[in-house]
Design a protein. Sequence first.
Length: 149
Amino acid sequence: MMKRSTFWLAAIALLSTAATPVKAQEMPGQEKLDIAIAGTVVMRMREGAGSYTPEQRAYIINQRLIPILSINRLHPNDVNVRSPRNEQYATIWVRNHLLVTVGEPLARANNTTPTALARVWAENLRDTLPKMSVKPPQQTTLRQTGEKP
C-alpha cells in the first residue's frame, strides 16, 4: 500500500509541475510564449487563435496535457500530426487526445506552414512526453514460504 501511495503522490507532483508557460521577449515588440514540459520547450506561441490569446491557448494546452501525462507508458509513436488535404491547419494528437491545432496565422508567425510547424512540435513532444508519462509500479509477489520480503 505504501508503494502505491508514493507512486500516486509522485504522479500528482509530476503533473502539477510538468507543463509551464513562460513569457519571453524574442525581438523588440514581439512577445512569445514558450510551452515547456519539465524545463524543455516543446512549443512556442507567437500568435493566438481565433478569439484566444497566446496565454489562453497555453492554458488550454496545459489542461489538455494533464490527462495525456496520466497515460501509462507513452511512446514516441503515440504523438501524431494530422492535416486535411488543403493544409489550412494541422492537429497534434497524443493517442486519442487532441493536444493542439496549428493554424495559418500561427504558422505564418513562425515563417512556416501549419503542417511543418506541427511536425516540429510533435518531434519535440516525442522526445519529451515518454520521459514524463506515468509508469505504474512493478508488481511484486510475496514468497509463499513464510519468509518476509
